[in-house]
Design a protein around this ligand. Structure first.
Ligand code: SAM
Ligand code: SF4
Length: 317
């Protein structure tokens, strides 16, 4: 379905939980989230109804995210039913990877085509620091389990943080030579908890080009990333620049949060509830949300933070 700026909205990011087994400093508070009442969250049936309604409005790609989607007990059946929904051509999932060793193969069998795995550092102590207690070895085992399960595509997502991982850009990029994976460097966004990082943490993605002069530019593939490749690499390097070069003009996505709010734009405070609705009400509400999708989210910087009134784990990154 076209929005009022003639953008074709084909991509749903569905957050299936706000909970997580890690506590990344830029994403959620140390104490975690105050668990909401079960009855305030979308049920699995409501999530699947929302997927069907979105598919009927022209959505053909779904990304399951969170919080950490793999802490959700019914994640496999949710993936299986989403993948089987008429009109859904591609099912992707974003995860911190630590729980993949047990479920990577099962996710593949349930119909997940592509996996994004978040990894901000290759240093054990720094991993423990940024995730507030996570184990790097578990994330690496998760990446290996995903490789063994042979997803159509595996992308490693690294949030670039000044003063934390800029000196690891080359080592992280090297993963594209070691494994058939893409590595994407994403600018830190001034949203929710990440505001606790000072202004120096917000580095533009161009620093990757400075650190890796041997990168060769590739043609655009229609995604939000600018693509490059290291000579001899098996995967691409992607630069995603939501802060220094927003992609609102080509944004084709809407979001649905685990508590049932449709968010037409990540950085806007606009939210419309679909909790408890029947199919027809949901269709009208999601149509309205698409039509009301803002043209752009305004400037973003440490000094001009996101208008989203939530942490990322409560939206779905
Ligand atoms: N738990 C899963 C994970 O970590 O991949 C999925 C949810 S997480 C909110 C999705 C993505 O959002 C992760 O790649 C995470 O690094 C990213 N993210 C969270 N807060 C962010 C911020 N302030 N700026 C940029 N990316 C952020
Ligand atoms: Fe959890 Fe993902 Fe947020 Fe880290 S980025 S706290 S893994 S939801």
């Amino acid at each position: 379905m076209l929005d009022s700026c003639q953008r074709n909205i084909t991509y749903l990011r569905l957050s299936v939980t706000e909970l997580c087994n890690l506590r990344c400093r830029y994403c959620m508070p140390e104490e975690g989230v105050c668990k909401k009442r079960h009855e305030d969250m979308l049920t699995q049936e409501e999530m699947l109804l929302a997927v069907r309604v979105c598919a009927s409005l022209g959505i053909c790609k779904v990304r399951i995210t969170g919080g950490e989607p793999l802490v959700k007990p019914n994640i496999l059946s949710l993936c299986r039913e989403t993948a089987a929904t008429e009109g859904i051509e591609e099912l992707c999932l974003t995860t911190n990877g630590t729980l993949l060793p047990k479920v990577a193969q099962l996710l593949k069998e349930a119909g997940v085509d592509r996996l994004n795995i978040s990894l901000d550092t290759l240093d054990e102590a720094k991993y423990r620091h940024i995730t507030r207690g996570g184990e790097l070895a578990e994330a690496m085992e998760g990446i290996h389990a995903a490789l063994d399960a042979r997803f159509r595509k595996i992308k490693i997502n690294t949030v670039l943080i000044g003063g934390f991982n800029v000196e690891e850009i080359a080592a992280l990029a090297e993963l594209t030579r070691q494994f058939p994976v893409d590595v994407r460097f994403i600018e830190l966004m001034p949203i929710g908890n990440s505001r606790e990082f000072g202004p120096e943490a917000y580095v533009p993605n161009t620093v990757v080009l400075e650190k890796l002069p041997e990168l060769e530019a590739l043609p655009a593939d229609g995604s939000v990333a600018r693509l490059y490749r290291l000579p001899g690499a098996r995967g691409n390097i992607g630069l995603i620049s939501p802060v220094s070069a927003h992609f609102c003009a080509t944004c084709n996505r809407i979001r649905i949060t685990a508590d049932g709010k449709v968010k037409p734009c990540l950085h806007s405070s606009d939210e419309i509830s679909i909790k408890g609705m029947n199919e027809e009400q949901m269709r009208e509400t999601i149509k309205t949300a698409i039509l009301e999708k803002p043209q752009w989210h305004g400037e973003l910087s440490y000094y001009e933070p996101s208008h989203a009134a939530r942490n990322m784990n409560q939206i779905g990154g």
